[in-house]
Design a protein around this ligand. Structure first.
Ligand SMILES: Cc1cc2nc3c(=O)[nH]c(=O)nc-3n(C[C@H](O)[C@H](O)[C@H](O)COP(=O)(O)OP(=O)(O)OC[C@H]3O[C@@H](n4cnc5c(N)ncnc54)[C@H](O)[C@@H]3O)c2cc1C
Length: 395
């Protein structure tokens, strides 16, 4: 673990949160103009780099802000939520970058790490591309020529991410993580990304066929990508970005009620109150999930189950806020001229994440088999866990 003196940690936390707020504000201003096929937020990504956000997940010793340290999880939460609040598309891209760095820090060998850290400081955007079509997924060296074959789908930042971390099937059938070097604007097909929302995430198809695999592309051993509890537990980070998107819809709903003078009506007040409960529920869940998933001493099974519950709790909160916003604002909120229109499409789209039913039933199976009483399911009674007292609070 990375040791940082408390005063330095606090200064850096404040600096990086302020940077996230500034980047988020500019991203929010540009988001409507980028809401189209191929509308990648290139300027926002450059600002992330210039503000130190791309390097922030690295340890201080590697020139980052130390957001990889367990104690910095609340700060990372706030940074992810802040970026997502300004632009969910940028939040998705940034979360992919943070996820890639976390895998690289955990599994890369020293020389690979050193090379990739230099790329991070040079401003390369990373991402994690695991999803692929059932047929035609990515294969490592199928013809013994040292090349890749196949595609990744729903690849956020396709054509702009120049250092994707991908999973590729090895000849023995297991999955190998590789960080591949791509030239901007090459190999991407965005024609399939004609999405309801999240258009600026440019989550298209990337064809790797014929791309030579560099000797130092491999990160970790076979199937490390799926190692638990990190694989399932890491999902807390996308819930933090979703939280930002939920908060943006909530703020827009409230602004509408204030501007139209309709907030005092008892029906409108009740819906706003319910939406406020949903937002806070999401924030409390994400705060607790971040604390648990970042605690090296936490029980792995408990981490996985809690993060799975968090995914569903945040999805529910998002759907609740969307419903309240649609009913409270009415048809005006569906017009492209209303700020809610894109915010709601982006959130509805980004709430779609893999296997939600499985996440819920997996958590239920954990609870069923756990003999501890309800008060002790997720925390050890008698311990004063700071995360319980102040979930999600910035350090
Ligand atoms: C904006 C955006 C950006 C993305 N970017 C990336 C990226 O950069 N990299 C990447 O790897 N992926 C990315 N993804 C893809 C993402 O990781 C998921 O693969 C995708 O969101 C899955 O959504 P889905 O609704 O199709 O999930 P599914 O898992 O297909 O779920 C759809 C429904 O089917 C149910 N279901 C799932 N499996 C089964 C089954 N076997 N039998 C019966 N029912 C089942 C689910 O519970 C759910 O109800 C992105 C997704 C989005 C929305």
């Amino acid at each position: 673990m990375n040791f940082i003196a408390p005063d330095r940690t606090e200064t850096e936390s404040l600096r990086i949160r302020t940077a996230a707020r500034v980047v988020s504000r500019f991203a929010a201003e540009r988001a409507d103009a980028l809401d189209r096929t191929g509308g990648f937020p290139a300027r926002d990504v450059v600002e992330c780099h210039e503000a130190g956000l791309l390097a922030a997940p690295l340890p201080v010793a590697l020139g980052g802000s130390g957001l990889d340290a367990p104690a910095m999880a609340p700060v990372l939460l706030n940074v992810l939520a802040e970026v997502g609040r300004g632009s969910l598309a940028l939040g998705r891209l940034y979360e992919g970058h943070v996820n890639a760095l976390s895998l690289i820090l955990r599994y890369a060998s020293e020389p690979v790490l050193r090379r990739l850290v230099a790329d991070i400081h040079a401003g390369h955007l990373f991402g994690v591309w695991n999803t692929q079509p059932q047929a035609g997924g990515l294969v490592l060296d199928p013809h013994g020529t040292g090349e890749l074959a196949g595609v990744k789908s729903f690849a956020s930042g396709a054509g702009a991410v120049t250092r994707p971390l991908v999973t590729a099937r090895r000849p023995d059938g297991r999955q190998q993580m590789l960080v591949v070097s791509l030239e901007p604007g090459t190999r991407a097909d965005l024609s399939s990304w004609c999405a309801h929302g999240m258009r600026a995430s440019t989550s298209g198809v990337l064809d790797f066929t014929g791309l030579p695999v560099a000797a130092q592309a491999a990160v970790g051993e076979a199937d490390d990508y799926f190692r638990e509890p990190h694989f399932s537990g890491g999902a807390w980070r996308f819930t933090a970005v979703q939280l930002g998107g939920i908060e943006a819809v909530f703020d827009s709903l409230r602004a509408h009620l204030v501007a139209t003078g309709r907030g005092g009506d008892p029906h409108q007040a009740a819906r706003l109150g319910e939406a406020a409960i949903a937002v806070e529920t999401a924030r409390l869940f994400v705060g607790r999930a971040a604390a648990l998933a970042s605690d090296p001493d936490a029980e792995p099974a408990r981490v996985i189950a809690y993060v799975n519950l968090t995914r569903l709790a945040v999805e529910r909160a998002g759907l609740d806020v969307l419903e309240r916003a649609q009913r409270s604002v009415g048809l005006a909120g569906f017009l492209q001229t209303h700020p809610l229109e894109r915010l709601m499409r982006d959130l509805a789209t980004y709430l779609r994440q893999p296997g939600p039913d499985r996440a819920l039933t997996h958590a239920a199976a954990h609870v069923l088999a756990d003999a501890r009483t309800a008060d002790a399911l997720w925390r050890d009674p008698g311990t004063n866990d700071p995360a319980d007292l102040q979930p999600g609070r910035a350090a």
